[in-house]
Write a protein that binds this ligand. Sequence first.
Ligand SMILES: *[C@@H]1O[C@H](CO)[C@@H](O)[C@H](O)[C@H]1NC(C)=O
Ligand SMILES: *[C@@H]1O[C@H](CO)[C@@H](O)[C@H](O)[C@H]1NC(C)=O
Ligand SMILES: *[C@@H]1O[C@H](CO)[C@@H](O)[C@H](O)[C@H]1NC(C)=O
Length: 318
Amino acid sequence: MCRQTAALLAVLTACLCGQRLCAAAKIQQLNHRPVIGVLAQENLPGDRFARGSSYIPASYVKYLEGAGARVVPIRINRTKEEYTNIFYTINGLLLPGGDVDLQTSQFSRAARIFYNLALKANDAGDYFPIWGTCQGFQQLSVLTANKNLLTLTDTKAVALPLTFLPAVQSSRMFRNFPSDLLQSLTEENITSNFHKWSLSLQNYSRNAKLKKFYKVLSTNNDGKKEFISTMEAYRYPFYAVQWHPEKSTFEWIDKPGMVHSTSAVRACFYTASFFVSEAMRSQHHFPNPVEEERALIYNFSPIYRGPHAIFVQNYYFD
Ligand SMILES: *[C@@H]1O[C@H](CO)[C@@H](O)[C@H](O)[C@H]1NC(C)=O
Ligand SMILES: *[C@@H]1O[C@H](CO)[C@@H](O)[C@H](O)[C@H]1NC(C)=O
Ligand SMILES: *[C@@H]1O[C@H](CO)[C@@H](O)[C@H](O)[C@H]1NC(C)=O
């Protein structure tokens, strides 16, 4: 299916959705072979395992694979044309955690290109979800506000319970979570926080762009500042968590903030499963199976970085 046909189908679905045919049309259209792009970022300075110029922590790849998606690595430092071509072959984008500049890095440049493509596509009825974790959350806030409104918090290595807002009940992200898992998320310290920058509730509330764009689903507090820990866009399938659902299942560094309890591992799976189900609503695909095969992350091998590494395995790229 070409790009235009996919967009047309999406528009048709959008039209039908006023009627009772809506549910049936949507179910028929689910794409059970979703491919999700994960954006690479500049190598960490002093990473003695690094090869090439960029990396993707393998935990984000496993996170998506464990919920029924395949992954395409998206390299930094590519042309806008290349990114645009990739956009129409993938069913969603994940912006991982890490440590690059949110305004000047090649990671931020690529994220901006995909973000703008996704805004336009969704406006035209072509469903395209984006998920941001930690740095990915921060990057989305910078893209939406068109400036960096983050503030320092004392959240470098701590597991916290989420403080849910009433909006959770009607949120797309959480509404289908099992109720016992929602209870664990609010009562147990199972969300891993490994960030020094946060979006405070104050700066969010004072910024008209952010306030209009995102619905706050949960907050947390470092003892001084209340910051947003989970949000989703009102009108776009964009989702952002400041915490790290993937670490509980796939990272093993032994330090405060890491949690491997059953409920933490379930939170990992349910967030991934939610995002993959969103990607299943996208009909983007490769022009042919050969190009799909060439693009998939199976063409690369992750490097084991040892038991004390913040990311136990990374994929590296030129
Ligand atoms: C890729 O990186 C090189 C060296 O930093 C830079 O000169 C070039 O403009 C970059 N290309 C793109 C498409 O960003
Ligand atoms: C609000 O954003 C500014 C950056 O524009 C930052 O310097 C400040 O610390 C933030 N304040 C709070 C309370 O988040
Ligand atoms: C558990 O979360 C609370 C905040 O609700 C925090 O004060 C406390 O330090 C956390 N405990 C641990 C062991 O991380």
